[in-house]
Structures are given as structure tokens and as C-alpha cells.
Design a protein around this ligand. Structure first.
Ligand code: GDP
Ligand code: MG
Length: 665
């Protein structure tokens, strides 16, 4: 029989680290709750045994409040998993065991991996896992997923010896009896018999989802109702509290027996660091300094050193290729297509690879150390004053990397209105794909202080996001935001492996996009600008298909300062992928690689270049993000509405900046 094990645990408990260790795969690990929102499948091969494993999103309980909980819960209730690997954060034992207790009620074969055992030792906490195992009735194996401690024992158990819990937990306050009573009443329903205590628990809790899916026969329903009202003297609404108390009291007792804490707790490094980093006065300046350092490295001397090196390399390739093509007797247009179209477009984008990689090096460090989560926390206090939830900031900060996963990360939000609003705001955060455009323009028009320009764009994105959120909150999404429950992860040293993996993934994405989307776009743009609408070769690209079309839409952008047809066309291609703005410009201005930078100042003034960047920053996101938004919002109406909202706002802000700028300068 084929075995499938579900890895289940609280957010940030090390599930993905463990999954990667067990299966040898390289899923993204982040010191940050909410990184895995979809389930990921893999395989464990250990001493001739193979089992399938599934990494699920992190959850705190099996109640269906958030999307992740629904995904995880539907999965464990389906027939697919034959066992559960419950990973528990040993430094947060009580809260983590709350989920474990519900899993035990499922009655599936199960093992508890007691993770972060290294951190426990560092804090002087001793956990007697044998005692814990005896109290819970489930095997408990202490591990450190990060250091790979005790992996053999875990692998052995998972592949050969998963066992059902030996008994149901002894809930206190008469809850145990109530659960057995309902479970007995459920015994002639088609529900999986070992999971009856779980269903009983949920029915007693008044869980609507379970009630709807289970469809009890009237007799059983009566038992549920009478037991529920007998349990609580204040009416059925309170049962959730009664059950939570019963669970927690049991857990507390278990922890009291199994855990020895030091007399005087050693203050953790995290506590000591947070005293400074989250200080009321220091928090924002520290954030600003880190941002400045990040962009200074990306666009300042370090970034430009690597960018120049890379460009020099590409510049030796281009003439060599051209000579080779001419020598091989290729026709003029073929040489033009390859050198101006493909090399110009794709090469123009690829030359920004070093800067992308540097930026992602920093973003990855910020994320892995646990700092990014703290920015969300700091911003929360600010945002709450204007009625927004700081929780929106988590997906929004992920948007600095790429909008697509960030939009998906909004699933962590319980409040549906907040979730939709966050999805609409996330694209305002400057994603990595916009970086080549900034780098090109900032380098060409603001050579003295390119990083300052880029920082201003990032900050502008955040400010517009906050402003738009405030407006939406007052109009479309009137509602009270739910409180902020993002828990701050401890600071951790990033692993070299994790950081390199992150950078490599980003570089790979970027190169893949350059080799596919940008490649075909460049060819298409080259063709469209070399033929007239009557399909004759165009002598002057303004007469070409693109030229005619571009001049038609260009007046739209005239009030923003860049009513030039080539700029308008690149804005359109930017909808496919933001990097395409750069490749389209290289092809359209058909200049040698690298000299686009010298040409731009003759077309743009510093002011119009800046408003162009502002428009690129704020207008609708790329196709892939748009498709994700459509899926997550559940419909074209929402997706198109969001895109129109973003584009209109982009136009307004850019126009405002240009018009005010014209008055001043
Ligand atoms: P997930 O959200 O449950 O998938 O958790 P991740 O696997 O993404 O890990 C969260 C963070 O905890 C990462 O920074 C990991 O490097 C770190 N981590 C995971 N397991 C351990 C461990 O056993 N010890 C320590 N010290 N850190 C760990
Ligand atoms: Mg994960």
C-alpha cells in the first residue's frame, strides 16, 4: 500500500525546512509566517522505503477560519493522507500542542517532531520527550530540522513505523465524556471511524463547515444538541471557549510534567535585539538606514561595478555575433533581427541581472533574519491610526520581490474585505521586475545619485499604497479591520544555502523570462516596427505599424511629460512583463547595446523621466500578477476593476508630479 504523509504544523515551525531535509528538495524557506500557501508534494526514499509527503500551509488550529486552514483541513480529512507528521515548535510548546490535540482526535497514524530542540537547549529548557509521548499517547521525536539532528530516527519512523494514537486525550471539565457520547452517536454514519472524536469535537464546537458537510441523521443531531447544551450553562455559543479551555488545561498539565525551565530565564538574543530594533524612536530610522544601504549597494558603486563588467561582456558578444552572421552570408534583415531585435531586447534586459541578484541578496537577508516581519509590526502601529490593518503589510512587503506570490499571501488574512483590499494594493509595491527600468533611467538621467531616485520610488509606492488603502477603506471596503495577529519570529542567522538558493531562483526566473517572453516580444516589436500597416518595409519607424499605433495613444501620456510614441509602446509591452519596457525601448531606439543610456537624455528630461518611472511603478501589474489577482479575487470584474484603479491612480499621480514639477522648475 502506498503511504502519503502530511506535514502539518504552526506557521514558521520549520515545516518547509523539514520537508526539504526529508525529500532533498529545495522549497523556499522563510523566517516569516505565511510563506507556504499552497501544498507541495515530494517523496522520501529511505532504506528501500518510499513514502509521499505533502507540505501544507502553516495553521494554528483545524478550525476553518483562513484559506490556509481550509486547505490544510480538507486535505487531512480527505482519504489521501495515511499518516501525519506533526511538527511542533518546542520553544512555543503550549500553542503548538493545541493543534496537535486536534490532530490526535483525527486518529490517523501520527508522529510528533519536536523541532527547534537546538534553540531550547540554548535557552536552558529541557523537554522530557518520553514523558510528553506518554501523556499524549503519540510518539515524540526531538529534532532540529535546520541542523539535521535526529533525522535518522524520524525517517525510520515515518517510513516504517507510524502508529495511531494509543488513546484520546483525557480532556478535563467533563469534555471527554461529552466527546465520547457524540462519537458513539456518530458510529453509524459513513464517517471514518477512527476520526469520530474529531468530528465530535468540531460538532460540539458548533463548527459550521463540519455541520454542513456531515449531514447528521436526526437522532445523532439530537445527541449533539443535548450534549452541547448540557456542557455549557450559557448556551451553545460558549462551547468553543469551554473546549479551548479543556484543551489548554490538559496541555498545560502535560507541559508541566514534561518540561523543565531554568529558574532564571536566559533573555534570548531576540529579546535583546528587539529592545533596540523595535524601539519607539529608533525603529523607523533603522528601517530607513537599511533601505538606504540596500539601494546604495544595488545602484551605487558595488552594483554598477558588476553591471559594467557584465555589460562589457555582452558588448564583446554583439559585434562578434554580427561579424559571424555577415561572414555566414546572412541577409541584412536577418542580421538586424538577431542583433537589434533579439540581442538588443534580450541583452538589454539581461545586463541588469547583477543588480537584480544584489537586490534579492538583501531582500533574502531581511526576510530570513526575521527583520521583514518586524517592519510589518512597526508599520502596524502607524497604519492602525488611519484604520488599516498592519497585517496587509505582510503581503505588501512580499510584493517587493514579486507581486504574484504576494497576492497569494493575502490568503493569510481572515477578514475578506481586508484581503481584497490588500490584493489591490500589493501591486503598488515595487517588484523586482521594475528594477531594470529604474536602473536604466536612473543611471542615464540621474548619474549623480541613482539610488536616491530609486529609494524615492520605493517609498512613493508605499505611500501611494497607504493612501489608496485609506481611500478604499473609506469607500469600497468599509469595515473594521481585524486585529494584528502576526507573531514576530525570532531573529535567526540566515543560512548560506538558503540565501544562495533564493538568489539563484531569482536569477533563474529572470533569465527564463528574458529567454522566453522578452525574447519573443523583442522579435515581435522588431517586426512591427519594420513593417508599415500595408506590410511594406518601413523606411522610418514612425511610419511602421507600431509607430502609427504608438502615435495614436501617445497623446494620452502627453500631460505626464512623455507623449513620445516609443515610450507609450513600451508602457503597453510592460503589461506583459515589466522588464519588457527596457527591451522594447532598446529595440525601438535600435541603438547599440549600452548606448540607450546615452540616448535617453535627448528624449526625456529628468522630470519626465521621473514621471515615467512613477507611472511604471504604479500602473497595472504584469499579466501573470493580473491572472493571479483574477483567480484570488474570483472574477474578471474585480481583476479589471483593480487594474483600472491602479492605472488611473498611476496616471493621476504621474500627472500631478509632472505638472507641479513644471511649475517649480
Ligand atoms: P514553515 O513556515 O513552517 O515552513 O517554516 P520554515 O521551514 O520556513 O522555517 C522557519 C524558520 O525557522 C527558518 O528561518 C528556518 O531556518 C528556521 N528553522 C527551521 N527549523 C529550525 C531548527 O530546528 N532550529 C533552528 N534554530 N531554526 C530552524
Ligand atoms: Mg513553509
Amino acid at each position: 500500500m502506498k503511504h502519503t504523509i502530511a506535514i502539518i504544523g504552526n506557521p514558521n515551525s520549520g515545516k518547509t525546512t523539514l520537508f526539504n531535509r526529508l525529500t532533498g528538495s529545495n522549497q523556499h524557506v522563510g523566517n516569516w509566517p505565511g510563506v507556504t500557501v499552497d501544498r507541495k508534494a515530494g517523496q522520501i526514499c529511505y532504506q528501500q522505503h518510499t513514502v509521499d509527503v505533502v507540505d501544507l500551509p502553516g495553521i494554528y488550529s483545524l478550525s476553518p477560519f483562513t484559506q490556509e486552514e481550509i486547505i490544510a483541513r480538507e486535505y487531512v480529512l480527505s482519504d489521501e493522507p495515511t499518516g501525519i507528521l506533526n511538527i511542533v515548535d518546542a520553544t512555543n510548546l503550549e500553542r503548538n500542542l493545541y493543534l496537535s490535540m486536534q490532530l490526535i482526535a483525527l486518529g490517523l497514524p501520527m508522529v510528533i517532531a519536536l523541532n527547534f530542540i537546538d534553540d531550547c537547549h540554548a535557552q536552558g529548557v529541557e523537554i522530557d520527550h518520553n514523558k510528553l509521548s506518554a501523556v499524549l499517547g503519540v510518539r515524540v521525536i526531538p529534532i532540529s530540522a535546520r541542523r539535521g539532528e535526529n533525522m535518522d530516527e524520524l525517517l525510520q519512523t515515518v517510513t516504517t513505523g507510524l502508529q495511531k494514537p494509543v488513546r484520546q486525550p483525557a480532556y478535563l471539565h467533563g469534555v471527554g465524556a461529552a466527546i465520547s457520547r457524540i462519537a458513539r452517536a456518530l458510529s453509524d454514519t459513513p464517517l471514518r471511524s477512527e476520526s469520530l472524536p474529531f468530528y465530535a469535537l468540531k460538532l460540539l464546537e458548533g463548527d459550521r463547515h463540519v455541520k454542513e458537510t456531515v449531514k447528521l441523521p436526526p437522532a445523532a443531531q439530537q445527541v449533539v444538541d443535548s450534549t452541547a447544551s448540557a456542557l455549557s450553562c450559557h448556551g451553545a455559543e460558549d462551547n468553543e471557549m469551554v473546549l479551548a479551555d479543556a484543551l489548554y488545561d490538559f496541555i498545560e498539565e502535560a507541559v508541566r510534567q514534561a518540561v523543565k525551565r531554568p529558574e532564571k530565564p536566559i533573555p534570548t538574543i531576540t529579546e535583546r535585539l528587539d529592545r533596540v530594533i523595535l524601539d519607539r524612536w529608533l525603529a523607523l530610522p533603522i528601517f530607513a538606514c537599511l533601505l538606504a544601504l540596500m539601494f546604495w549597494s544595488t545602484f551605487g558603486p558595488i552594483g554598477s561595478y558588476f553591471a559594467d563588467l557584465f555589460e562589457a561582456l555582452l558588448q564583446t558578444v554583439a559585434p562578434a555575433l554580427q561579424n559571424a552572421l555577415v561572414a555566414a552570408g546572412a541577409s541584412d534583415w536577418a542580421v538586424g533581427l538577431v542583433c537589434d531585435g533579439v540581442l538588443g531586447g534580450v541583452g538589454g534586459v539581461i545586463s541588469f541581472l547583477p543588480q537584480i541578484v544584489i537586490l534579492f541578496f538583501f531582500l533574502s537577508l531581511l526576510e530570513d533574519t526575521g527583520y521583514l516581519a518586524r517592519i510589518a509590526f512597526v508599520m502596524d502601529t502607524l497604519l492602525r491610526r488611519i484604520g488599516l490593518s498592519g497585517k496587509s503589510f505582510v503581503p505588501m512587503l512580499m510584493g517587493f520581490g514579486c507581486t504574484t506570490p504576494a497576492v497569494m499571501a493575502a490568503r493569510t488574512m481572515e477578514n475578506e474585505k481586508d484581503r481584497r483590499m490588500t490584493i489591490m494594493l500589493t501591486p503598488f509595491m515595487s517588484c523586482g521586475a521594475k528594477l531594470p527600468v529604474y536602473a536604466l533611467f536612473a543611471g542615464a538621467l540621474f548619474p549623480q545619485n541613482p539610488s536616491l531616485i530609486v529609494i524615492s520610488l520605493y517609498v512613493l509606492g508605499i505611500l501611494v499604497g497607504i493612501f489608496a488603502g485609506w481611500v478604499l477603506k473609506k469607500t469600497v471596503f468599509q469595515d473594521v479591520s481585524s486585529g494584528f495577529v502576526l507573531e514576530l519570529p525570532p531573529y535567526r542567522l540566515p543560512t548560506v544555502h538558503g540565501t544562495l538558493l533564493n538568489m539563484w531562483e531569482k536569477a533563474k526566473d529572470f533569465l527564463t523570462k528574458a529567454g522566453t517572453v522578452i525574447f519573443f516580444m523583442s522579435i515581435l516589436i522588431w517586426l512591427l516596427q519594420n513593417f508599415t500597416p500595408a506590410l511594406q518595409t518601413a523606411d522610418n519607424s514612425a511610419e511602421s505599424i507600431l509607430g502609427v499605433f504608438g502615435r495614436f495613444i501617445a497623446p494620452l501620456f502627453a500631460p505626464l511629460g512623455f507623449g513620445e510614441w516609443r515610450a507609450s509602446v513600451s508602457i503597453l509591452t510592460g503589461v506583459i512583463a515589466k522588464e519588457a519596457v527596457v527591451s522594447t525601448m532598446s529595440v525601438l531606439y535600435s541603438v547599440d547595446l549600452g548606448s540607450l543610456g546615452q540616448l535617453l537624455p535627448t528624449v526625456f528630461s529628468p522630470l519626465s523621466a521621473y514621471t515615467f518611472l512613477v507611472f511604471i511603478l504604479l500602473y497595472m501589474p504584469c499579466m501573470s500578477a493580473f491572472a493571479t489577482i483574477k483567480r484570488e479575487m474570483g472574477g474578471w470584474k474585480w481583476a479589471l476593476g483593480a487594474a483600472a484603479f491602479q492605472t488611473a491612480l498611476a496616471w493621476l499621480v504621474a500627472c500631478l508630479i509632472y505638472q507641479v514639477g513644471c511649475l517649480i522648475f
